[in-house]
Design a binder for this molecule. Sequence first.
Ligand code: 5GP
Length: 119
Amino acid sequence: MTYDPNNVFAKILRGEIPCKKVYEDDYALAFHDINPQAPVHVLVIPKGEYVNMDDFTAHAPADLITGFFRAVGEVARQLELVEPGYRILANAGSHAGQEVPHLHIHIFGGRPLGPMLSR
Ligand code: 5GP
């Protein structure tokens, strides 16, 4: 699995295309999804070249893994989603319908989210 440095989230990380940023630290960048599926729909991406969860958990250094997941929790807190709750999701590979080949965790919230899978 080879990382494509021209994927859209790599371009966002490099500042080549804009995003509606909600959070940034040394390990992660979070921004609003361009096509929101819930009242709150934010994407959190690691600052590193990892295709998906498989690549990230197999190859990323421990400080990046820790920092990235801390950032996901921090974003949810800053968006005031802890109460009444939120959902995180990461698509990996074709069965999951992953579109962008840079690891991203979706954070959904702002309304009751219904069943875990649509079908
Ligand atoms: P995936 O299906 O790979 O898990 O999700 C990719 C997500 O990226 C989709 O929800 C899609 O709306 C979002 N997306 C695709 N291109 C862009 C973009 O240029 N900017 C932002 N903010 N989101 C994008």
